[in-house]
Design a protein around this ligand. Structure first.
Ligand SMILES: NC(=O)c1ccc[n+]([C@@H]2O[C@H](COP(=O)([O-])OP(=O)(O)OC[C@H]3O[C@@H](n4cnc5c(N)ncnc54)[C@H](OP(=O)(O)O)[C@@H]3O)[C@@H](O)[C@H]2O)c1
Length: 333
């Protein structure tokens, strides 16, 4: 008989963001274990948290199966996900364990999309992008219900809190894509990339055209055929090769994270020309993502999931915003 599956596994838990995710899981008193490839860091963190741990490389299939045998859901926090997403998703399909990651890389969203049938056959939910995009997508789903036929979506993301070393590395994969948008249902290169000003409450911020992932995830959630995304900063990879990774700190300190907030502003235009706008005010990036992905894991642990490839919005709609502390949605029109 299969052992009881009611636990969470966090892979990559000893990374900068993984540690904050594990701390959140501990604060919620979830039944979880951690895993990672670095024996020393993984063991040390497990001792600090008083949880069981597993040390294995992402390629080692039998170790995945051993670690996943009594689990209900995996959070993959080991990025760049280009190098870990496929192995972890395949391990989850084999083990019948729901998959979540905090990827901001579109390749892993596409990979998850391509595994839809397999995920349905395995009766698991796969969400790649269950970090920032949980609130982003909740906001878009909320707005999409306020117009009869939503036709175009524009989203601006104001990031606060600097970048972790892992994010700098992953942003190379995002920058390499260029300025993609969704037009009439297809993903194309933006023929006319121009900055755009978004309002985050009283603050107006000029944001640069940057594909963030909503062109895949929010398309899945709402089917809006035209989507453009904008970011308040330059991607850190655009500063490379001037950045030396070895000299970067792991990520912002607790004090730095607490000193500002993230904003996500969205506007949707309906076929009849009606425009609706709203924005989300949320904790800064490296506090926000752990709160978000653990909120989703919590739902899954309580048997709230939809099998197959899902986006945060297709699985949980706008309701999930209420599960993310210190995060608020404001309608602006
Ligand atoms: N969109 C969002 O909401 C959001 C927010 C925050 C972070 N992120 C993403 O999350 C990822 C992690 O960020 P971070 O700040 O935690 O970076 P980090 O501090 O570098 O941690 C990365 C973790 O992943 C592990 N890892 C990396 N490559 C691996 C591989 N090939 N096999 C096994 N383990 C591997 C690392 O292990 P070692 O220590 O052994 O290298 C480390 O434990 C990045 O891709 C980042 O972009 C996304």
């Amino acid at each position: 008989m299969r052992s009881k599956r009611n636990k969470l596994l966090i892979y990559g838990a000893a990374g900068y963001t993984g540690q904050i995710i594990a701390a959140r899981a501990k604060a919620l008193n979830l039944d979880f274990e951690i895993a990672g490839r670095n024996p020393y860091k993984t063991q040390q963190l497990a001792e600090e948290l008083s949880v069981n741990y597993h040390v294995f490389d992402v390629e080692t299939e039998y170790a995945w199966q051993k670690a996943l045998q009594d689990k209900q859901v995996l959070i993959n926090a080991a990025g760049p996900f280009k190098y870990t997403g496929e192995q972890a998703m395949k391990a989850c399909l084999k083990a019948g364990v729901h998959y979540l990651d905090i990827s901001a890389e579109m390749e892993t969203y596409r990979l998850a999309e391509s595994l839809d049938e397999e995920a349905k056959a395995a009766a698991i939910q796969i969400i790649s992008g269950a970090g920032l995009f949980v609130s982003y997508d909740a906001l878009v789903v909320h707005l999409s219900k306020l117009v009869a036929e939503p036709n175009s979506l524009k989203v601006g993301f104001r990031h606060y809190g600097g970048f972790s070393r892992g994010s700098v590395l992953s942003s190379k994969n995002i920058a390499a894509l260029g300025t993609l948008i969704r037009r009439n249902g297809d993903i194309i290169d933006n023929p006319d990339p121009r900055p755009r000003v978004f309002s985050f409450g009283d603050e107006k911020v000029e944001c640069m055209p940057t594909p963030l992932g909503g062109i895949i995830l929010s398309y899945k959630s709402t089917g809006i055929p035209n989507i453009e995304e904008f970011f308040s900063l330059k991607l850190p990879a655009s500063e490379l090769p001037n950045i030396t990774l070895e000299n970067l700190p792991d990520g912002p300190t607790i004090q730095e994270r607490a000193a500002g907030r993230n904003g996500i502003a969205a506007e949707i235009t309906g076929r009849n020309g009606k425009v609706v706008k709203a924005w989300v005010d949320a904790p800064s990036g490296y506090d926000f993502t752990p709160l978000s992905v653990v909120a989703v894991a919590y739902r899954v642990l309580n048997n709230d999931f939809k099998v197959g490839y899902q986006s945060p919005g297709s699985a949980y709609g706008e309701d999930i915003l209420q599960d993310i502390p210190n995060t608020f949605l404001f309608d602006t029109i």
